[in-house]
Unconditional design. Sequence first.
Lengths: 506, 150
Amino acid sequence: MDFFANLALGFQISLSPLNVMYCLVGVAIGTAIGVLPGLGPAATLSLLLPITFRMDMTSAVIMLAGIYYGSLYGGSITSILINIPGEAASVVTCIDGYEMARRGRAGPALGIAAFGSFIAGTFATVGLSLVGPGLARLALNFGPVEFTALVVLGLTLVTYLSQTSVVRSLMMAVLGLMLSTVGLDPIFGTERFTFGSYTLADGFNIAIMAMGLFGIAELLTLAGKPPDEANFARQPTRMRELLPSRDDWRASGGPIARGSVLGFLLGLLPGGGGIIASFASYAMEKRLARHPERFGRGAIEGVAGPESANNAGAQAAFIPLLTLGLPANVVMAITMGALMIHGVTPGPLLLRDRPDLFWGVITSMYVGNVLLLVLNVPLIWVFVAMLRVPYAILSPLVMLFCAIGAFSLNNNPVDVIIMVALGVVGYLMRKARLDAAPLLLAFVLGDTLERSFRQSLLIGQGSPLVFLRHPIAATLFAAAAVLLALPAVGALRGVRQVAETSPSPE
Amino acid sequence: MGSRGELAGSAAVLAIAVLGITQSLRFRLWTPEGPGEGMFPLLLSALLAVLSLCAVVAAIRSPRLLGQRESSPVLRAKLFGYVAALVVYAALFSVAGYVATTLVVFVTVLRLIEGLSWRLTLAVTLGTLILSHLLFERLLHVPLPHGVLP
């Protein structure tokens, strides 16, 4: 059978000692980079791209892919330990992962993130081998109209992320979308809301926003607390607290399975479906939970589901790149650049002309997932031991890493000033019970939404009815409406049942 | 801060929404090529205004608005010390260089704000400077500002 022959060819390439070494180097660098705030996978790949010029092309892509999914796991480590998301998809992990760490359960959170990522990554790789190319062609049915609907559906899911009311969550999401419009207009290139600042012409940077609104805001929150309460997280006291217990596994099995499927399907969509996957998974788990009130207070399902979705989505994103030549995100665009430097144009002909490259990269993901697990699970105790460092010492270190991270993005000192300003704003937002997670996630999707929305209106010659004429888009909008209506219906029911005691829904 | 904070936060967002509406109207809403650069931000600003207005009304109607106190005390002096340290970091990072700024900020935070011993303060500061130099400048080739230092 062709499939097994292709797989055998792929493993022959990916299991060669040299490629295993490159894969190991990739996942190790990726994990280390993911831990450092600011230096995301895109910056790292850009820095290391010249090294790949002299390498064999398949080895180069295997290493770059390793850096990418290694950095995703690395990003979840800082999300869990010190509430700084390594990149956009890790924002969701902060919500329950950091709360678990605060309750002395950093080990199980890191463990379930590692195992969940491994299981999801393996599932996604098997899925890619079996049905990836066919599904990628189906994903081409997603035009601007469908993308607008998908992002709107994704944004309605943010209402499930927050501990505050639906109105306040939506308000923060819309504020995030508005912040994404600062800078150059994506179609005409007109400067908007920059107030004459050259730095703002590039818009806000997601890493700076994450470091400010999460990392620096957390630092200030803890600075205002008495010394006995001021610690990033509690150190586990027993060895067995370092890994997920049987109960943790029982609670996480379903979320990992669902997150894997969701991440795989959404990751195939060119346009960053992987980010939507992580918070769609969180929303789904909260919706399905018997006790949804546990979410936001350290529920392991809130780590297992999104981390699995995140990893499955990252690996699925390689399929639109390799089979259609469509990069799903910045990292994929850099990988595409590496391929093109070597004289290979990714697209429908790649599978026919260079099966060694295609299957070598796909099977290297199996190898990479195993290496990531072998590398990281034994290191959990090291990561958790970092929590022994008292807040007094850890806080200036966080300041230094955030400052260097912000500066290194564009070598621009103004970025450090913006990050500190956002940190103070983030602190005040916490005091005003304004949740930063919906804002940040909406900010990431803002550019895609605006582009798709404007293209859709152009297709519909200015008529918003275009969104109803496309069946996929209409279905997605209907789903968004139902999701928005559900909390309102629930609240109304609650009001009827306990009319005299229940507070109003907003 | 509770509902008073909620009210202040929602009112601030409402102000941003109003600013967004006025600024968006300065751009084209529709062009011969399709939607103009002002349309999307205008729609968002209008939606934000409606949502923030609802949040303001809800905060005003909340019974917790009057007579409330902080749930846990905030150590204001320490908090302002940290904010000042961050402002110094941001302001001097490129002017004085990262080494000098880190030295000043670390000594301020560790010794003056947190009250650690001089020995521990210097050990942490110098250790951090050496490790960050090796990691960022030697290994990752991140070009960090040095200010007046070589």
